[in-house]
Design a protein. Structure first.
Lengths: 227, 219
């Protein structure tokens, strides 16, 4: 066991946000159509390589989104889902909102990358609402992305500020989608979620045993083929 | 019947108290600020407003909300860093909120324009936004029944109109414009330019003029 667990530790320290974004970017298959959620997932775009030929979708009606706009490029009519000015790449297309969500909901996106409050052992996602009585709920496109993309990757820190695991047996926050998450990228490990329970593809700065002590869900090392 | 109208004030003059008004735009892109300002000046109140957001900053829809003219918001993402007018009204219990996942919002608007009585979708299944709604298992997936959203009036922004009301938009400012134009009984479009009929390539028309009732040019 110790030999096996040592073999999945790929970094001697936890990954920072940019290293994690670089890893997610590397894992996206060439030619994929991808939607990056607001916040941490947006960082992934900084590490996509031209030879990967990735097409980015933004929910407000565009395929072929380019990097954030700067200076003279800023155009109020060209923004992303986070309402940040962006640019268009050659081959870009614009479409109305129902078509844009048909792209998500119709299963045409290969991958979406989302942030999360919690992910359950069976891949349930909670990322839109804390459920606090005085919170104003806002859902945006999160539920559509969670249920529509072929693969749903989550990027988050493994632990809350209070040290609680965000990978949980069952979500206590209101759900965004049921059984939709396929992978979870965290600062301490990459998890694969699915019918076989939670598997660990690799760890960063900890062993599988040390990771298990933090996460209240049974973990197994993923088969080598998944790594 | 298509009318070309000289001022935004005249364009919105027919909007009555208690109307359901769709307002295009995602954030500020595609938001018809001049038409909203005219609606603010015109005095119609007790409105139900359909928009992706619930206003931002101190302009447009945010001011309509601040002035207490909106009884109910139907939207997907009301809470933003600068949605203070909505936040205050909501916390004071002075505005009703129907929160709709964005894809359901778009598809419910599209359904209204297409004469569809409702549809099943996996979006929202198993979440609190599906509570109380009819569900079915279709093709092995839990799905939720959603109904169309109709409106009395749509206020939208496009780049150009021609003489028969065909519209083209600009970049991501297109967003909800085409589906709202089809869903409302009366669609008012503010445009930056009016070109002669024949001045738009028919292959590139995005909203056919049949969906448009009033056009007003805004500088």
């Amino acid at each position: 066991m110790s030999i096996q667990t040592a073999s999945i530790q790929t970094s001697d320290k936890p990954l920072g946000r940019d290293d994690l974004a670089r890893l997610v970017a590397r894992d996206i298959k060439p030619g994929s159509f991808v939607n990056l959620g607001i916040g941490q997932p947006t960082l992934v775009s900084n590490y996509l390589q031209p030879e990967q030929n990735i097409t980015l979708h933004t929910e407000n009606g565009m395929l072929g989104m380019g990097p954030e706009a700067t200076g003279d490029q800023i155009d109020g009519d060209l923004i992303n889902a986070g309402k940040i000015p962006v640019t268009e790449l050659p081959g870009a297309s614009y479409f109305h909102h129902a078509d844009s969500f048909a792209i998500m909901r119709g299963g045409h996106l290969d991958i979406c990358v989302l942030g999360a409050f919690q992910v359950s052992a069976t891949g349930d996602l909670a990322n839109w609402h804390t459920g606090a009585p005085d919170a104003i709920p806002a859902v945006g496109g999160a539920m559509d992305l969670a249920t529509g993309a072929k693969d749903v990757f989550v990027m988050m820190t493994l632990l809350t500020r209070d040290g609680a695991s965000k990978i949980v047996e069952a979500c206590t926050y209101p759900l965004t989608g049921v059984g939709c998450v396929t992978r979870v990228y965290t600062d301490k490990a990459v998890f694969l979620t699915g019918p076989d329970g939670v598997q660990v593809r690799e760890t960063f700065g900890c062993t599988l045993e040390e990771l298990q002590a933090l996460v209240p869900v049974a973990l197994t090392a993923a088969p080598a083929v998944e790594r | 019947m298509l009318n070309f109208i000289d001022t935004v004030g005249e364009a919105v003059a027919g909007i009555k108290d208690g109307s359901t008004v769709m307002i295009g735009g995602f954030g500020n892109a595609g938001q018809p600020f001049e038409l909203i300002d005219a609606l603010l000046d015109g005095g119609a109140t007790d409105l139900t407003v359909v928009n992706n957001n619930a206003g931002q900053g101190d302009q447009g829809l945010a001011l309509l909300i601040k002035e207490g003219r909106v009884r109910k918001m139907i939207c997907s993402f009301p809470r933003q860093s600068d949605s203070w007018h909505f936040d205050a009204m909501y916390k004071a219990g002075q505005i009703e909120l129907e929160l709709v996942p964005q894809g359901n919002l778009a598809e419910r608007i599209r359904a209204a324009g297409a004469g569809i009585g409702g549809f099943f979708t996996p979006t929202g299944y198993g979440t609190m936004l599906a509570e109380g709604k009819e569900t079915r298992i279709i093709d092995g997936r839990g799905q939720v029944f959603e109904t169309p959203i109709h409106a009395d009036v749509a206020l939208i922004k496009a780049l150009k109109a021609d003489g028969v009301g065909n519209l083209v938009y600009r970049k991501t400012a297109r967003n909800f414009g085409p589906i709202m134009a089809a869903a409302a009984k009366h669609t008012i479009a503010q445009v930056s330019e009016i070109v002669p009929t024949g001045g738009l390539d028919p292959e590139n028309v995005v909203t056919p003029g049949i969906y448009v009732n009033s056009i007003v040019k805004v500088a």
